[in-house]
Design a protein around this ligand. Structure first.
Ligand code: HPA
Length: 274
């Protein structure tokens, strides 16, 4: 059946065969800004998403996404280059695929990063925020539908989805690197439109520090199957309406890519320390 363990086992078996039985311990999903780390993966083996049975098909076929397997900072990792978002037109249920396949490959911990807009007015573009929790008030859960107990229980806990233990390690690394890393709440909107100024104000009143359109489906899937997560948002812009200027996708990408490399060394240290 689609979405159950047997369905995704076909994807994982294919990846095991392609990588010679590689056993990743750490999963990584790198968003805009912090994607450069993928280039540092040693002895990389790349597998295109489109070649993997029962996996998601990218909506931008000329920009093929891929898994990269290899070693980074002494850890055996499985990294996604290119992720899947609800706004691309996938059903929420389909968005469980990446993390379920990671689980079946043996991944024990997950790092996720994204670009996000600041809701907290003390943040600035170029800042880094460690995600301590999220709010998702729009859209269905990727865990809707028949539950496969082989992955996790029907009703599952989100109290420590953004692992306290991993956050504590990341906090120590930030001290060592003498860099400021905020800790805040990621407020999910489906996109693809940026938020309205009123939505950004609402997110602030409700306790959000940053807004974004990714990450949350992956974290929910990880929490369901018991993978602890460490998440970071690269603040690429002030949320809509905070400044008297419109937002553009190009600007968001540009700022996130400019600021990203500053944090690559920090993130490398975090990976080493996990
Ligand atoms: N809103 C939603 N997603 C984003 C933003 C934003 O302001 N910036 C980067 N990703």
């Amino acid at each position: 059946m689609k979405y159950d363990k047997i369905y995704y086992t076909a994807s994982a078996e294919y990846l095991k065969a392609r990588t010679g039985g590689f056993e990743p311990e750490l999963g990584m999903i790198l968003g805009t800004g912090l994607g450069g780390l993928a280039a540092q993966i040693e002895d990389p083996v790349e597998v295109l998403y489109r070649d993997i049975p029962n996996f998601l098909v990218s909506t931008a076929p000329d920009h093929a996404g891929k898994f990269i397997f290899g070693t980074l900072c002494g850890k055996k990792i499985m990294c996604m280059s290119g992720r899947f978002h609800f706004y691309e037109g996938y059903d929420y249920q389909d968005l469980v695929a990446p993390v379920r396949v990671m689980k079946l490959m043996g991944v024990k911990k997950l790092i996720v990063t994204n670009a996000a807009g600041a809701v907290n007015e003390s943040y600035r573009p170029g800042d880094l925020m460690m995600i301590k929790d999220h709010i998702k008030m729009t859209g269905a859960s990727p865990l809707c539908g028949p539950n496969d107990e082989a992955f996790g229980p029907r009703f599952f806990d989100m109290t420590d989805a953004y692992s306290k233990e991993m956050r504590s390690v990341a906090r120590e690394c930030a001290k060592r690197h003498e860099i400021k890393v905020h800790e805040g709440v990621y407020f999910f909107f489906t996109g693809p439109q940026f938020e309205t100024p009123a939505e950004v104000r609402a997110a602030r009143i409700l306790g959000g520090d940053a807004v974004g359109m990714s990450t949350v489906t992956e974290v929910l899937t990880a929490a369901h199957c018991g993978i602890p997560v460490l998440g970071f948002s690269m603040i690429s812009n002030m949320g809509a309406g905070i400044l008297d200027q419109p937002l553009s996708g190009e600007e968001v990408t540009e700022i996130a890519q400019k600021a990203g490399p500053m944090f690559a060394e920090y993130l490398a240290d975090v990976i080493r320390s996990l």
